[in-house]
Design a protein around this ligand. Structure first.
Ligand SMILES: [Zn+2]
Ligand SMILES: [Zn+2]
Length: 303
């Protein structure tokens, strides 16, 4: 009986995070404080737990933007890299130097180390994992949906049920069957389970936002995804596919949509229009923008 009570109490705390805050530290658009870049990084705070999801492109920028925004990066417990593109991994080593205890372990998904080739020939410049290891870093590879901390999950590689193809078509990978387009198999997102619904944080969304929403909802039957935040690589998506995507976002029950990084400005506004989001609940993500589960989206001056 006691065990049962303990289990119920554990499940209740795992589901009822009261305070979830996601602050964007790297993306293209910047406001009064901080600088923009082609990259992505976000600080995730769930009650007293802090995580960093991606590290931006320029080695110093996450540190600089955090300083400009008066955000303390000390005490981060987990570092997650959504995938192996330099605009998400650029700050890892610099952050490790600054906060050795926070960034000596990084969570990545299966496929992260598959060598990438530009146009099928030139090796693509990517995260220098051997240098990170020499500096004391270690990797934890996630192969399937995984609970990182109570109530906080990583999707691992996402099954590509729909042909969303939200990845650059010029990057290739070498496989046993020959050279093929890199579908960025390692692309994974972070999910927070709250009593209000699920909060989804994506780096580039190369797995496809609809594929990711479906995988997440399969793991939490009957729960809606209340917020979808981050990069969703919809910047090249044609009208027909974008309309379908927006309708799937609506079906998943999304109430807040923040399209940062590679989502595409016009795509965000098109999604706003199709889903029928109010402007306060569907915005372009900018440096310093905060999603707060209790208070909604806090934008900069520009928006
Ligand atoms: Zn990216
Ligand atoms: Zn990417």
């Amino acid at each position: 009986m006691l065990c049962l009570f303990s289990l119920v109490a554990y499940l209740a705390t795992a589901q009822e995070e009261k305070n979830v805050r996601i602050t964007i530290l790297s993306t293209m658009l910047a406001d009064m404080k901080g600088k923009g870049e082609w990259g992505f990084s976000a600080l995730v705070e769930v009650d007293s737990v802090k995580l960093l999801f991606d590290t931006g492109k320029h080695p110093e920028l996450v540190l600089e933007n955090a300083k400009a925004l008066d955000i303390n990066l000390a005490g981060i417990e987990r570092l997650v890299l959504s995938h192996n593109h330099l605009d998400h991994t650029g700050g890892v080593e610099r952050l490790l130097k600054e906060f050795p205890s926070s960034f000596a372990q990084v969570y990545i998904a299966t496929g992260f180390f598959t060598p990438k080739l530009l146009n099928g020939q030139t090796p693509m410049k990517s995260f220098d994992s051997s240098s990170y290891v020499r500096s004391g870093g270690t990797f934890t590879v996630i192969s399937s949906f995984h609970e990182l901390l109570p109530g906080i999950y990583l999707t691992g590689p996402v099954p590509r049920i729909h042909d969303e193809e939200n990845y650059p078509k010029t990057t290739m990978v070498k496989t046993a069957g020959g050279t093929k387009v890199d579908i960025v198999e390692e692309d994974m997102s972070l999910v927070i389970n709250t009593s209000k619904g699920l909060v989804l944080l994506s780096g580039c969304g190369h797995a496809g936002i609809v594929n990711t929403l479906e995988q997440v909802r399969k793991n939490f039957p009957g729960k809606k995804v209340i917020a979808a935040i981050g990069g969703f690589h919809l910047l090249e998506t044609d009208e027909t596919k974008l309309t379908w995507t927006a309708n799937e976002i609506k079906k998943a029950g999304v109430e807040y949509f923040v399209g940062a990084h590679c989502t595409g400005l016009n795509s965000v506004y098109k999604i706003r229009q199709i889903v029928g989001f109010s402007p306060a609940k569907c915005l372009i993500g900018s440096v310093g923008m905060v999603f707060d589960l209790q208070k909604g989206i806090k934008t900069g001056w520009l928006e």
